[in-house]
Design a binder for this molecule. Sequence first.
Ligand code: R5P
Length: 284
Amino acid sequence: MIVVGGSASKSIAQKLAAELGCNLAEVNVKRFTDRECYVCVDDELKHKDVILVQNTYPDENIIELYLLQDLIYEQEINKLITVVPYYGYARQDKRFKDGECISAGALAKHLQLQTDEIITIDLHAKSILEWFTKPVYELSGMVQVGEHFKRNPPDIVMAPDKGAVDRAKLVAEIIGCEWDYFEKTRIDDHNVKITPKNVEVRDKNIVIVDDIIATGGTIVTSANYLKEQGAKTVIAACTHGLYTENALERLKNSALDEVISTDTLESETSTVSVAPEIAKLLKK
Ligand code: R5P
């Protein structure tokens, strides 16, 4: 087995190779002045199970992924497993109005052309799995998030909306604490409204969990509300720290005490690694 890390997922590929106790390939990726991509893998891949790790965000990493898949797949490898820690375009998982492209599906159709299997983490919508005709596995970053908080358990794990309820339940089960959720209405790209709810949070330590933090609107609104209700500490934990625009600044200036994320997207908040989860599946 050998791990090949694309430029969007270098550190997670390194950790995965360490977890698996296998080699990490020497990958050379260059961008030309027009941003076109050049990829080269120097290691011998013949007859090996190859694990390619690369995000599909931002856009230019999609092309890099296709080039890496192409160069690996044309060799006499045993098997190619493509790991996409953060699956971009997942939020356009349906046609919200006629004429729109279902981007998540379009990506799936192309992504599976030159691979035998696909592994991804916390897809924004489970329905995306249905676009794949090859074996696809979705893992949860929340398992390692739960393990992380076991060391310093909160009183309540909150989901900022109904869509995140399963994640909150999972983390709360691992920690052994209570969970609850808010009702959220999105006003625009940056702002959401939280419907007040009767959760007893006074003097409690709260962890809010979500799949993605993008603009930070959801988490900031939830954290500010919890603090207004008397919460003692509020920590945000997400799988994918996307942090668009000035999200990190917005989070730092909010009522939040801390923000953590997994390393599906590498940033200053990636304190939890999903590599052990991926390794667990690959070792089966
Ligand atoms: C929405 O359904 C997602 O689970 C996240 O809550 C959302 O993507 C977060 O976006 P933002 O940080 O921009 O509020």
